[in-house]
Design a protein around this ligand. Structure first.
Ligand SMILES: NC(=O)c1ccc[n+]([C@@H]2O[C@H](COP(=O)([O-])OP(=O)(O)OC[C@H]3O[C@@H](n4cnc5c(N)ncnc54)[C@H](O)[C@@H]3O)[C@@H](O)[C@H]2O)c1
Length: 357
């Protein structure tokens, strides 16, 4: 059986990808994760006892450990998701994002380059490095249009800038060193095990506690949403069949304004919790000061992925939201534990801009 390394395996998307790869018996999986606040062992609990899944607690910046894993496991490729990912935290602590996302990706690319030099040419040719990135690297759209793969990058947050930098490194390592790199850029994901600092799980967690649901600005920012299991499927299709040196956009074809999304969540909670004292949950919505540098609209043109690899999202946003709300209601302990030990739901990312008081 072949082996694939997944970095960021204990994160939201990484764990969904590991579950997908093992459920489909695609390969032996070695998950690599630094186990930051965002990681969750529970998200991988279903793979406990699976002899073909291993989770290693390692920082991707630790080149010595990475090369040791590569030479021991001899994988056919890496799917690289490890990153610091929350925009608001990148406003408070940008240095952490530069370290994990830029230095970390650089370290990984270099170790793979070193490893590939040890392999015969046919094995080098088979290897794939899938660098997983975001739509946020493209910046913000106006009322119309969508991001295409050849669009110039215009990142606006420290998070987006660090991901853009890592995409450029991945591209350069392909162009300069012939590393077999493929890059994917995806829109906003949602689904089970998403850390409750992101909009959907944060809103559900707060609504369950009868707390105010903060919406930045007027809630008119538009995001395109993709159910995480559809993203896992797209990643495997790109990893296994995507063309080396190419970039693929991944999207959900589900553009929603933040206010409409949260109202939809509130309606689903009203329906699921007819006895709740907090009904109607939409009365908990509260508009708060906008996020600095908040992008207005993202939309993905993923026709290249559809045309070349036949991929398209299977889960509609209403269906995916319903499944997600049901999951969070059935797994309230998971959120409660995070709330007690890691993050209580307070506002992040309000650092004052230079010159502003
Ligand atoms: N969540 C989204 O909507 C979305 C959309 C498009 C792309 N992405 C990208 O997908 C990837 C995964 O996102 P996510 O939402 O699952 O993030 P997440 O924050 O839930 O998980 C990230 C994981 O990476 C790990 N990690 C962080 N720094 C590390 C390091 N130095 N070494 C090893 N592990 C480290 C963390 O412990 C965590 O388990 C990221 O690269 C992100 O940029 C996310």
């Amino acid at each position: 059986m072949t082996t694939i390394i997944v970095t960021g395996a204990a994160g939201f998307i990484g764990s969904a990808l590991c579950r997908y790869l093992r459920a489909n018996k695609i390969a032996r999986i070695i998950g690599v994760d630094k186990m930051t606040y965002a990681a969750s062992r529970e998200a991988l609990a279903g793979l406990k006892g699976d002899p073909d899944f291993t989770l290693l607690e390692i920082d991707i910046c630790d080149g010595a450990k990475i090369i040791e894993i590569l030479t021991t496991a001899r994988p056919i490729g890496i799917i690289h998701l490890a990153a610091e990912t929350h925009v608001d935290r990148s406003i408070d602590q940008p240095g952490d994002f530069l370290q994990a996302n830029i230095v970390g990706t650089y370290a990984l690319l270099e170790m793979v380059r070193q490893y590939l030099r040890m392999l015969p040419e046919d094995k080098q040719k088979q290897f794939r490095f899938l660098h997983v990135s975001t739509d946020e690297v493209y910046g913000s759209l106006g009322q119309s249009g969508s991001f295409t793969e050849d669009m110039a990058y215009a990142p606006n947050s420290p998070y987006a800038a660090s991901k853009a930098a890592s995409d450029h490194l991945a591209r350069a390592w392909h162009k300069t060193f012939d590393l077999p790199v493929v890059i994917s850029n995806c829109s906003n994901n949602y689904g089970p095990f998403q850390f409750p600092e992101k909009l959907i799980p944060l809103s559900i967690m707060k609504a369950l506690g009868g707390q105010k649901l903060p919406i930045y600005g007027k809630g008119l920012n538009v995001r395109d949403w993709l159910y995480v299991e559809d993203h896992a499927d797209a990643l495997y299709q790109i990893f296994s069949r995507g063309r080396v040196g190419e970039k693929y956009n991944v999207g959900g074809a589900s553009e929603y304004r933040n206010i409409d999304l949260v109202q939809e969540l509130c309606a689903l909670l009203d329906e699921a919790l007819p006895q709740s004292a907090h009904r109607p949950h939409k009365n908990l919505i509260e508009f708060v000061a906008d996020r600095p540098g908040h992008d207005e609209r993202y939309a993905m043109d993923f026709s290249k992925l559809k045309k070349e690899l036949g991929w398209q999202p299977r889960t509609t946003l209403p269906d995916g939201l319903r499944k997600t709300v049901a999951w969070y209601l059935q797994n309230r302990d998971w959120c409660e534990d995070i709330r007690r030990r890691k993050y209580g739901g307070e506002r992040l990312g309000q650092t004052q801009a230079a010159g502003k008081s």
